[in-house]
Design a binder for this molecule. Structure first.
Ligand code: PLP
Length: 265
């Protein structure tokens, strides 16, 4: 090698050259560290690593090297494929726009579907209930399916989610009529624009807490018994400091996502 040859990469670029598995592990650990630096209690916040549109090999690399188990997916077909090919020790979260006609299949065919976070109608809850009941009838040791009611806290018409005013009724329906589901808590996506105003407390997070308190009162639970799923790459630290129990982080761990290859069905 001649002495005038430039090194191939600057120090900054060489980070990019880390084997992908190592990079993913480091990113996950950095997010966990940030969470614990703002959490009110140690280990009180669950990190869902959002692996949508990233390959199953990424999920496996993290799971095998760190033992991390909670991963989130948005598209039913992609989740079905990944769940079929990856270890059953993974706890899957379905966090995407939920279609009623996919609910029964998801709840029935994926025993290690840990939670569906995007339930926003009674119909969807009933379809999930039907699927999990069918699974439990043939496989009684399967846990009940945890669900979160997704709340439209930003009032934007384009956002899915249950209206804050109708959330208590949906929560009550799940508790009283869906014996194979467990009401785990409430979830919000929120308005992306608010995530950037980091010195103002995020209105969506405050709203989700208020709705949670109302639901708890309505159904006779303590507020702490209902989780708050809020916070993504842009705003998970603020969400944790405002009391999130579950954060859903994708880009910060996996990098920019590849283009969507699954239709949102
Ligand atoms: C994609 C997605 C996330 C993760 O978003 P990032 O900004 O990549 O962290 C979290 N929650 C939901 C509902 C999502 O669709």
């Amino acid at each position: 090698m001649s002495t005038d040859q430039q090194p191939c990469f600057s120090t900054e670029q060489s980070t990019v050259m880390l084997p992908r598995a190592q990079l993913l592990v480091e990113n996950l650990q950095a997010v966990l560290q940030h969470i614990s630096s703002v959490a009110h209690f140690p280990n009180s916040v669950r990190l869902v690593a959002v692996s949508k549109l990233n390959p199953a090999t990424d999920v496996l690399a993290i799971h095998e090297r760190t033992g991390h188990t909670h991963f989130g997916e948005n598209y039913s077909q992609e989740l079905l494929e990944k769940a079929a090919s990856l270890p059953t020790s993974i706890n899957w979260h379905f966090i995407g726009a939920l279609q009623t006609n996919k609910c029964k299949h998801l709840a029935e065919k994926i025993p290690n579907l840990w939670a569906v976070e995007s339930v926003d109608t009674i119909k969807k809850a009933n379809a999930l209930e039907k699927g999990r009941a069918a699974l439990l009838s043939t496989s009684p040791s399967t846990p009940k399916l945890r669900v979160y009611v997704q709340v439209n806290t930003s009032g934007e018409e384009s956002k899915s989610g249950c209206q804050p005013t109708t959330t208590p009724a949906l929560a009550k329906h799940i508790l009283e009529e869906c014996e194979h589901l467990t009401l785990q808590g409430l979830m919000t996506i929120g308005a992306i624009a608010r995530s950037h105003e980091s010195d103002i407390p995020n209105e969506d997070f405050l709203m989700l807490k208020r709705v949670r308190d109302e639901v708890a009162q309505e159904v006779g639970m303590r507020p702490e018994e209902l989780e708050l799923s809020m916070g993504m790459s842009e705003d998970f630290e603020q969400a944790v400091s405002l009391g999130a129990s579950n954060v859903r982080v994708g880009t910060t761990i996996f990098g920019q996502r590849p283009l969507k290859k699954y239709a949102a069905i």
